[in-house]
Design a protein around this ligand. Structure first.
Ligand SMILES: NC(=O)c1ccc[n+]([C@@H]2O[C@H](COP(=O)([O-])OP(=O)(O)OC[C@H]3O[C@@H](n4cnc5c(N)ncnc54)[C@H](O)[C@@H]3O)[C@@H](O)[C@H]2O)c1
Ligand SMILES: O=C(O)C(=O)C[C@@H](O)[C@H](O)[C@H](O)COP(=O)(O)O
Ligand SMILES: [Zn+2]
Length: 371
């Protein structure tokens, strides 16, 4: 089974190919994008490398490509200035040329880092995304946001750089740890919560099928997510307007991630789980959204085993002012004022500019943050 979702971006358009058995056929898919000397640098992490990189290399080599593999340490810490310096140096050591291809083979950390390296290496080389986590298949491999974190915040240094192709092989999810699958589910349910009530209702009924990796359920979950992201990105590539909806839960979530220091204790998908729950509760507290929609949204996030409250993230409290300070670094902020993605109900997100910090602070106190 193969499904192709086009991302309509004119001269930067590309396909997202979703299906099974794609790693073994990667060479065929990638070959048309290689230059004459057919050289690729595959960037992966140690976990993905251990399970899958051999098959990918064989497939690329069978198609006539010459392949070098760069293996990085797994984890969010790799998506940093240090990780970028290390990767750039490895690419230079291989003497990769401008016409060569970088292949990002891993989760969102590898995709964001290798994509950013591709955007700036020798002022820009092409790259292909072969996402291996559910989160990367439904979200980070599509849309061209690439970045690294800094201690001051999430994804603060980066570039828009679209891949030439995305190959999402559902088979590789077989080796993905259950915790990571739940992280990916957070971004899947985000699409339902932000703009597709029917998809949300389907997820309510099929959460266990998705988490048990039932192929049919994965095809629908990944397919619908990518379709929604592709449609939004094609309309608003650089987040001038509607693309901000994809940030539902992220202004809250990124602030929590920054406070937690971008490590293993709290993963991005988990932060988005709490962040989306807070976006619904905050919207309800401001009279924007019916309280029962917030209760239902939170229950659906919880059903995947994701956290929905600050106290599940850390027993010690978060400082309300520290969280608000992080929110000030959010890329959606305008003229010093905060922008949030809020909701009128399930499937009805909207962009709220100029959010007053006073009710926000009061809300965070009700959430258990310290004053
Ligand atoms: N660019 C975007 O639009 C976008 C969107 C969403 C998230 N992100 C970013 O993505 C990152 C999170 O991505 P993630 O959740 O994929 O994290 P990740 O890349 O750290 O991968 C999660 C873990 O799973 C392992 N793994 C991945 N695929 C595997 C497989 N098939 N088998 C076994 N292990 C596997 C990895 O080694 C890692 O330990 C964050 O940095 C987030 O900011 C970016
Ligand atoms: O693609 C987008 O646009 C998103 O916002 C998707 C998010 O899930 C993702 O985490 C993204 O990296 C966040 O972007 P940022 O601009 O808030 O750093
Ligand atoms: Zn995200």
């Amino acid at each position: 089974m193969i499904r192709t979702v086009p991302v309509g971006l004119g001269d930067r358009a590309y396909d997202v190919v979703i299906g099974t058995g794609l790693i073994d056929k990667a060479g065929e898919h990638v070959l048309p994008f290689l230059s004459k000397r057919r050289r690729c640098a595959v960037v992966t992490d140690a976990n993905v490398g251990e399970h899958h990189v051999e098959r990918l290399s064989v497939s690329l080599e069978k198609a006539g490509a010459s392949v070098d593999v760069i293996v990085l340490p797994p984890g969010e810490e790799t998506k940093s200035f240090e990780g970028l310096a290390h990767l750039s140096d490895q690419l230079l050591a291989l003497n990769l040329e401008r016409g060569d291809m970088i292949v990002a083979f891993g989760g969102g950390v590898i995709g964001d880092l290798a994509g950013f390296a591709a955007a700036i290496y020798k002022r820009g080389v092409d790259f292909i995304q072969i996402p291996t986590s559910l989160l990367a298949q439904v979200d980070s491999s599509v849309g061209g946001k690439t970045a690294i974190d800094t201690p001051r915040g999430k994804n603060l240094i980066g570039a828009f750089h679209q891949p030439r192709l995305v190959l999402a092989d559902l088979d590789v999810l077989a080796t993905l740890p259950a915790r990571e699958l739940a992280c990916g589910y957070a971004e899947v349910i985000k699409y339902g919560l932000l703009g597709d009530f029917d998809f949300f209702e389907w997820l309510e009924k099929n959460v266990h099928a998705v988490l048990e990796r039932d192929t049919e359920a994965l095809v629908r979950a990944v397919g619908r997510s990518v379709e929604m992201k592709a449609e939004i990105v094609a309309e608003d590539e650089k987040e001038a307007g509607r693309r901000a909806l994809l940030n539902l839960g992220h202004t809250f979530g990124h602030a929590i991630e920054a406070e937690m220091g971008f490590g293993d204790a709290l993963k991005h998908g988990e932060a988005v789980g709490v962040g989306m729950a807070q976006a619904f509760r905050f919207s309800a507290s401001q009279g924007l959204c019916p309280a029962q929609d917030a209760v239902r949204a939170v229950a659906a996030i919880k059903a995947a085993g994701l956290p929905t409250t600050l106290s599940e993230v850390r027993s010690g409290p978060f400082g309300a002012d520290a969280l608000i300070a992080h929110m000030g670094q959010d890329k959606k902020a305008e003229g010093g004022a905060l922008t949030f993605v809020l909701v009128r109900g399930i499937g009805e997100a909207f962009v709220a500019k100029g959010v007053d910090p006073a009710p926000l602070r009061a809300f965070l106190l009700t959430e258990g943050a310290a004053g």
